[in-house]
Design a protein around this ligand. Structure first.
Ligand SMILES: NC(=O)c1ccc[n+]([C@@H]2O[C@H](COP(=O)([O-])OP(=O)(O)OC[C@H]3O[C@@H](n4cnc5c(N)ncnc54)[C@H](O)[C@@H]3O)[C@@H](O)[C@H]2O)c1
Ligand SMILES: CC(C)[C@H](C(=O)O)[C@@H](O)C(=O)O
Ligand SMILES: [Mg+2]
Length: 347
């Protein structure tokens, strides 16, 4: 069980430290943790946000525990040197095309979400976000129009194989969870989305037990706050999934609660909170580490088959919350370390 720990920038350092404490407390006999630099901190130390040494460490590991990358000091760098390229590079380089982002309301938080309690209570959804394609990885650049104006462009595309493989992940997830799959696209406007929809319909023939629906992304954003209980699993592209998952986080209370798993074909995976480096609260012991701790639980489940240990971590987080341990993101005053302590106490 060799885990590369890539804490990264800002609160990435703080939240990853708590997840590591929780992993160590489980006393798993084969646990081996190896730290490596990533993001802005890696750029400052090695001249690149994803140095070869880090890629080497990652390739020699069974899974990655990732914090966050992003540093305002680096926002003016050429794009290929910016911290965010590290996480995009890892996802692409390692073929991690399926991003699972579960959103569930923990007991005791029903009154603390951005929704009415009766609406929030119904949420138990999984966003399956495609992670290797879309406008993120198409040709991009700056050019000058014939009229002399600067013009930025980013090409959005998906090929049918890319859609097919993520559709299968979505259908399999829906089969295991509630039976409803909602595919979110923008097929009324985008050719990329038309292909997406056609392929999802094709794949549906292999999953007669799953009830498939389609929704345009603008409506999905609205439905997610109107009636989130209607969703078991949402499958969508890279950009729409990015946006909808941040939105879903506030439907369950805080972005500090949403974990994720990024998976490819085998058992290797990258596990990270969905949030970023939060420069506004970095270094102040204010970040909620629960999303990262829950990501470590997803790692034990998906990469190592340690279901009981994963459930143990999830139960400890649930108990800590039920006992009223809340950070500023949930209207409380518990610090990062204190939240980590509370999870450890409840393991
Ligand atoms: N996967 C990643 O590494 C990742 C994800 C998102 C953003 N980013 C990067 O992070 C930087 C900041 O981006 P942003 O501000 O748009 O998004 P962000 O997720 O870092 O923060 C958004 C807001 O949520 C709060 N927040 C986030 N995580 C929290 C936590 N665990 N506990 C309490 N509050 C929390 C922040 O304080 C901030 O107010 C940027 O450089 C961005 O590119 C990285
Ligand atoms: C930092 C950024 C590249 C990343 C994304 O857009 O995928 C982030 O927002 C996320 O959700 O993991
Ligand atoms: Mg995001």
């Amino acid at each position: 069980m060799k885990i590369a720990v890539l804490a990264g920038d800002g609160i990435g350092q703080e939240v990853t430290a708590e997840a590591v404490r929780v992993l160590k407390a489980l006393e798993l006999p084969s646990l081996e943790l190896v730290d490596a630099d990533v993001g802005g901190i890696a750029y400052k130390r090695h001249g690149h946000p994803l140095p070869p040494e880090t890629l080497g460490t990652v390739r020699a590991s069974d899974a990655i525990l990732f914090g966050a990358v992003g540093d305002p000091d680096c926002d003016a760098l050429e794009r290929h040197l910016r911290p965010e390229q590290a996480i995009l590079g890892l996802r692409k380089e390692l073929g991690l095309f399926a991003n699972l982002r579960p959103a569930t309301v923990f007991k005791g938080l029903e009154d603390l979400t951005s929704l009415r309690p009766d609406v929030a209570r119904s949420i138990d959804l999984l966003i399956v976000r495609e992670l290797n394609g879309d406008v993120y990885f198409g040709e991009k650049g700056m050019r000058t129009t014939p009229g002399g104006l600067r013009e930025g462009y980013d090409i959005m595309s998906y090929n049918e194989d890319e859609v097919r493989r993520i559709a299968h992940v979505g259908f399999r997830a829906a089969k295991a969870k509630g039976g409803r799959l909602c595919s979110v696209d923008k097929a009324n406007v985008l050719e990329t989305s038309q292909l997406w929809r056609d392929i999802v319909i094709e794949v549906a023939a292999e999953y007669p037990e799953v009830a498939l629906s389609h929704m345009y992304v603008d409506n999905a954003a609205m439905q997610l706050v109107k009636d989130p209980g209607q969703f078991d699993v949402i499958v969508t592209g890279n950009l729409f999934g990015d946006i909808l998952s941040d939105q879903a986080s506030m439907c369950v209370g805080s972005i500090g609660l949403l974990a994720s798993a990024s998976l490819g074909e085998g058992s290797f995976g990258l596990y990270e909170p969905i949030h970023g480096s939060a420069p506004d609260i970095a270094g102040q012991d204010k970040a909620n580490p629960m999303a990262t701790i829950l990501s470590a639980a997803m790692m034990l489940r998906h990469s190592f088959g340690e279901e009981a240990q994963a459930a143990r971590i999830e139960a400890a987080v649930a108990k800590a919350l039920a006992n009223g341990v809340k950070g500023g993101d949930l209207g409380g005053n518990a610090g990062t370390r204190e939240i980590g302590d509370a999870v450890l106490d409840n393991l």
